[in-house]
Design a protein. Structure first.
Length: 137
């Protein structure tokens, strides 16, 4: 977990502020500053932190669902994402079309996807290489 950091200094310069921002600072305030500037910066940092935590929860949820897929369901899901039809997937994997439909339906159900674009979005969020049975990075 990364908390937003706000640097406050009376002796800041551009080089120092650049280093702080590159190191991950949320903001860099130099004295003197108005009280409202600090309050606005804190509010923005808290909002950013809430959004980051929400995003992390979403990714953990998608990751947990992804890990329930069998290797074959993952393979079928990626071929669906590539735009292949069930018949094409069946030919490529040397399976029956009915078997592909079953794997596809299972993958969609486990990933809680209502559409192919939803499946595409979720797999892209995980940044999982096609065909990978390893944990996404």
């Amino acid at each position: 977990m990364h908390l937003p950091v706000i640097f406050i200094t009376a002796h800041g310069d551009i080089e120092m502020s650049v280093k702080a921002m590159k190191a991950g600072a949320f903001d860099f305030l130099t004295k003197p500053f108005r009280d409202q500037d600090m309050l606005d910066t804190i509010a923005a940092a808290l909002q950013w932190d809430a959004e980051q935590r929400s995003w992390e929860r979403l990714l953990v949820n998608i990751q947990a669902r992804y890990e329930t897929l069998t290797p074959r369901e993952r393979e079928v899901a990626y071929l669906v994402v590539e735009g292949l039809m069930n018949k094409q997937i069946a030919a490529r994997l040397q399976l029956s079309e009915v078997t592909v439909k079953i794997h596809r339906a299972q993958a969609m159900r486990k990933m809680e996807c209502r559409s192919v674009p939803d499946l595409v979005r979720k797999l892209q969020q995980l940044s999982v290489p096609r065909g990978s049975t390893l944990r996404p990075s």
